[in-house]
Ligand binder design. Structure first.
Ligand code: FES
Length: 107
């Protein structure tokens, strides 16, 4: 397996409905993960990135959260519709998607 250029972690942490921290699973984290896998398959981008589901990344109230390395870029409030833009702008273009960046107070 070749070493990928980037590694994308998608939070799919789940918690009970009344939990005070909420969870990315309740905000579509699993759908975001599926969208990343589908986009990777569509583009045959297996050398460009690895995609891994993760547990809690920290800022649960901002979810669904996505963390991209090696830049350590945190995206928040990500929806499946945002995944194509993250591919085009960040994974291919090398620039973060500014409108989705977690604020400095969070990350
Ligand atoms: S549950 Fe996703 S960041 Fe905490």
């Amino acid at each position: 397996m070749p070493r990928p250029q980037r590694h994308v972690f998608v939070c799919t942490q789940n918690r009970p409905p009344q939990h005070p921290r909420g969870s990315c699973a309740s905000k579509g984290g699993t759908a975001v993960l599926q969208a990343f896998w589908a986009e990777q398959q569509k583009r045959q981008a297996y050398d460009q990135l690895s995609i891994t589901y993760s547990g809690c990344l920290g800022p649960c109230d901002q979810g669904a959260n996505v963390l991209v390395y090696p830049e350590a870029v945190m995206y928040r409030n990500v929806a499946p519709e945002d995944v194509g833009e993250i591919f085009d702008t960040h994974i291919v273009g090398g620039q973060p998607v500014k409108r989705l960046l977690a604020p400095a107070t969070v990350w």
